[in-house]
Design a protein around this ligand. Structure first.
Ligand SMILES: Cc1cc2nc3c(=O)[nH]c(=O)nc-3n(C[C@H](O)[C@H](O)[C@H](O)COP(=O)(O)OP(=O)(O)OC[C@H]3O[C@@H](n4cnc5c(N)ncnc54)[C@H](O)[C@@H]3O)c2cc1C
Length: 180
């Protein structure tokens, strides 16, 4: 950027921490701008309340068609709740109507740049991976050891989600209780 004043908007968690000795001056932003100063007009702002949003979340628990049906999302929500995470899903899951479109992650959905991304019963198609590549640590739970998601995972559990997820919740709850 070659202009004398540079204004940057950076998505939360979109890059890792890098120490740099460059001197920097931080200035308070005294807004004197109004709508007329911008080339775009905000028509509507929709905010999700009472939940951690995918974009802001440090941790995202995401699930796919491997969950078999919307009635099984209780364990995904419980895992997210124990971790203070947002919930997300693959495209077909929102297309079928198991979950809201606001949770759809990937190339045609929302990008995720969380510190921890847990994918349950998601195959790891390239269009899904495209949206979560910026996440720092990826944990995959899938019953198929050949699922493509394992190729990009930092940690993988080959197992049935209906066994693994409840055990994970139990362990995390016990860990939290012993540390409180
Ligand atoms: C133009 C285009 C854009 C697309 N954009 C997106 C996008 O933005 N986001 C996106 O997600 N997809 C997108 N897709 C779709 C994508 O190609 C995949 O079809 C989709 O991601 C698959 O979703 P899934 O992994 O939930 O389902 P599936 O492919 O059906 O995979 C389900 C997985 O669950 C596992 N499983 C089954 N039972 C269990 C169990 N009991 N326990 C544990 N694991 C189990 C299976 O082994 C499998 O790996 C796009 C496709 C196209 C063509």
């Amino acid at each position: 950027i070659s202009t004398p004043v540079k204004v940057l908007g950076i998505a939360k968690n979109s890059f890792g921490l890098v120490e740099d000795a460059v001197a920097m001056t931080e200035e308070a932003f005294a807004p004197s701008l109004n709508d007329a100063d911008f080339g775009i007009k905000v028509e509507n702002v929709e905010k999700v309340t009472g939940k951690v949003t995918i974009a802001d979340a440090e941790i995202v628990v995401s699930a796919g068609r491997g969950m078999k049906g919307p009635e099984n999302w209780g364990m995904i929500e419980e895992l997210a709740s124990v971790l203070g995470a947002a919930t997300a899903c693959s495209k077909p899951v929102s297309d079928i109507g198991w979950r809201p479109h606001s949770e759809h992650v990937g190339q045609t959905g929302k990008p995720v740049a969380s510190n921890l991304y847990i994918a349950v019963g998601i195959s790891g198609a390239i269009q899904h991976i495209a949206g979560i590549n910026s996440s720092k640590v990826k944990v995959v739970i899938n019953s198929d050891p050949e699922a493509p998601f394992f190729k990009v995972a930092d940690y993988g559990v080959v197992g049935d989600a209906f066994t693994v997820v409840p055990q994970l919740i139990e362990k995390l709850k016990a860990f939290k209780a012993s540390n409180s």
